[in-house]
Design a protein around this ligand. Structure first.
Ligand SMILES: O=C1O[C@H](COP(=O)(O)O)[C@@H](O)[C@H](O)[C@H]1O
Length: 225
């Protein structure tokens, strides 16, 4: 795990946008397309706005999500809506968006679609809650073991968070760890403490620990107090 520490969340968002854009540009030199899975929630707005202005060949970039709430895209809590409003703008308007949820009433149909059609993910940018949830892999969710099972053959699953609104469709840990690089964007001392503690115990109490204690994909942390 590599930590990058910044004075302000704006500094962290700008640096993360530059790092992700540089990684995409470098990959586009040797591969035809790049696919990036993005976070939702409240935190990524400044990062999305900065990344949308980066000068890369967005026409060869596919953007998908790490997780999505089972709501219509017009709902204020939709992660797809957030990506459309803040990332698929400016230069990034040329990117292709690959939504996780097309019918919130039938997530099992979207899970089958993910298994068949989700492109290979090159990069993952994700966030973490103060309870240690990563993406929508929530502690205490009845489906958590399935989501953390590295032998789970499915790309996604429905998650029922015990302490947050909406059922979710989340990519599985197994699928997220197929990425070649992981970027974790977090803010605040409480999240930093959880992340540090998660280095000591691999536990469903802090699902983030499964990303910290793995050797498949390098994890870069962008943090500001
Ligand atoms: O519910 C979610 O929460 C996490 C963390 O969100 P944040 O706003 O506290 O950073 C987020 O990464 C995830 O994609 C989202 O659906």
């Amino acid at each position: 795990m590599y930590w990058h520490t910044f004075h302000t969340s704006n500094d962290a968002s700008g640096a993360l946008a530059r790092a992700v854009a540089a990684e995409i540009a470098q990959r586009l030199e040797t591969q035809p397309r790049v696919t990036v899975a993005m976070p939702g929630g409240r935190s990524p707005v400044a990062f999305f706005d900065a990344l949308s202005r980066e000068d890369i060949d967005w026409s060869r970039v596919t953007v998908t999500l790490v997780d999505e709430r089972l709501v219509d895209e017009s709902h204020e809590d939709s992660n797809a809506g957030l990506v459309r409003r803040h990332l698929l703008q400016n230069r990034a308007a040329a990117a292709t968006f690959w939504p996780l949820v097309t019918d919130p009433a039938r997530p099992e149909a979207d899970i089958a679609r993910l298994d068949k059609e989700l492109p290979a993910i090159d990069l993952v940018v994700f966030g973490m809650g103060e309870d240690g949830h990563a993406g929508s892999l929530y502690p205490g969710a009845p489906e958590l073991d399935e989501g953390l099972d590295l032998d789970n053959p499915h790309a996604g699953l429905v998650i029922t968070p015990p302490s947050a609104p909406h059922q979710r469709l989340s990519l599985t840990l197994a699928r997220l760890l197929t990425a070649e690089k992981l970027y974790l964007a977090i803010q605040g001392r409480a999240k930093a403490q959880i992340l540090q503690a998660s280095g000591w115990a691999l536990t469903g109490r802090w699902p983030i620990s499964y990303f910290v204690q793995q050797a498949k994909a390098p994890l870069e942390v962008f943090w500001a107090p």
